[in-house]
Design a protein around this ligand. Structure first.
Ligand code: AMP
Length: 429
């Protein structure tokens, strides 16, 4: 399968070629022809699958054929949950659309609204925006929706998780009813289904990965450890492994700052990226990380979405995320675009419920290990799924020093049945 067989124009094929893509990813093969045909699409695709090009390429092609955009109007609207994702989608549009006479803009909160109002004056073919700032711009008369032909909800599950549902519904009510709707989401929660049920017309459903599965090529496991020993374990892992670059996730902004300080105390330099930092600072840190000037980036879950960082060697969940879906997003930063990566979660006994929720979402137990020298006083209880598969534990002394000990669950035929039942339940939930 080649990009040219998907019905894309010469201008787009040239940009794809210049970007160095040779073969379309599965989401692109499936989504591009359907979107070109003008149908509504609901796609279950996590970051890292190539979903951005999956909607950006056909969107650009359709817009290139249409009428000129009027002042303060837009012809396509991409709603995104975070500033980083909005910026990345904007960059992708500019890359793929560089040989087309189309205009793009990005708008999000936390920065001055005036420049965003200015860029909308002449109209934009595509506006990428976070929901709150978009509504601000609308209320101030800076953006008009009468010409909107296409609406794209990117990382819809995340937007709902961040409480944007009312904003999204308000925006949708303001748009012309005759339009194309596209929705991309890592998971299909009941909320997503109900949103699309009323607002999409006979959508084509595209699923590239098994529901809620993690990206391929990512080796993932959990290390049991006492909460107080997590910083020391992290330092040990960072020193033991020669990962080129590591992304570490903490649950809170304070936790991220604290960890950066603790690592600095051990002579390990790192930077934090989260919502308390200024946009300028976030952009700089992200650019430095991408340029490999920073080896260790500590981020909160919100920053995890859409960070377009390729072939990251390792992602470490210092804390387990509060929302199970975020686990898939956080580990989605590694093993992208077919590359190999490791995703390690440091799990303390108090996090067993979060671990349970993640396993239920994945439909599988996470392999558990303990590190020599960090054997927890409070071991992590068995999760619901692990109880269905009896755990066989080894002690670290059976392995050479410094190595990890796998305690992978074995499944008896009887338990296999129970496990399957659990699996089915997870499919339904
Ligand atoms: P996304 O899921 O849209 O965030 O894309 C993940 C990464 O894959 C991005 O860095 C893209 O530049 C890259 N990518 C997207 N499509 C292709 C392709 N067909 N071939 C190679 N890389 C791609």
């Amino acid at each position: 399968m080649s990009f040219s067989s998907l019905g894309l124009s010469k201008a787009l094929l040239r940009a794809i070629d210049e970007k160095g893509y040779t073969t379309p990813f599965p989401i692109q093969t499936k989504a591009i022809p359907v979107i070109l045909s003008g149908k509504d699409v609901i796609a279950a695709a996590q970051t890292g699958t190539g979903k951005t090009a999956g909607f950006a390429l056909p969107l650009l092609q359709r817009l290139a054929q249409g009428p000129r955009v009027k002042s303060n109007h837009i012809r396509a609207l991409v709603l995104a949950p975070t500033r980083e994702l909005a910026d990345q989608v904007g960059e992708s549009l500019a890359t793929y659309g560089k040989h087309l006479p189309l205009t793009f803009g990005v708008a999000y909160g936390g920065v001055k609204i005036n420049p965003q109002m200015m860029q909308l004056r002449g109209g934009l073919d595509i506006l990428v925006a976070t929901p709150g700032r978009l509504l601000d711009l609308f209320r101030q008369g800076a953006v008009k929706f009468g010409q909107v032909e296409t609406l794209i909800l990117d990382e819809a599950d995340r937007m709902l998780g961040m409480g944007f549902i009312e904003d999204i519904k308000n925006v949708m009510n303001l748009l012309p009813s005759k339009r194309q709707n596209l929705l991309f989401s890592a998971t299909f929660s009941p909320e997503i289904r109900s949103l699309t049920k009323y607002l999409f017309r006979n959508p084509v459903v595209i699923e590239v990965n098994p529901r809620s599965s993690a990206a391929k090529g990512v080796k993932q496991w959990a290390i049991e450890v006492d909460k107080s020993r997590k910083p020391a374990l992290l330092r040990y892992l960072l020193q033991k492994n020669s990962w080129e670059q590591v992304l570490v996730f903490t649950r809170t902004r304070k936790g991220a700052n604290r960890l950066v300080q603790q690592l600095a105390g051990d002579g390990i330099s790192s930077e934090a990226i989260h919502g308390d930092k200024s946009q300028e600072n976030r952009n700089r840190v992200l650019a430095d990380f991408k340029a490999k000037k920073i080896r260790i980036l500590v981020a909160t879950g919100i920053a995890s979405r859409g960070l377009d960082i390729n072939e990251l060697a390792a992602v470490i969940n210092f804390d387990l995320p509060q929302v199970a879906e975020d686990y898939i997003h956080s580990i989605g930063r590694t093993g992208r675009a077919g590359a190999k990566g490791v995703a390690i979660s440091l799990v303390s006994a108090d996090e067993v419920k979060l671990l349970s929720a993640i396993e239920a979402l994945l439909g599988q137990t996470l392999i558990r290990e303990v590190e020599k020298g960090f054997i927890p006083k409070h071991s992590v209880p068995l999760t619901r799924l692990a109880k269905a598969r009896p755990k066989k534990t080894k002690t670290p002394t059976q392995k050479p020093a410094g190595s990890t000990v796998r305690a992978k669950a074995k499944t008896s035929p009887k338990n296999k049945k129970r496990y399957k039942r659990n699996d089915r339940r997870n499919q339904k939930s």
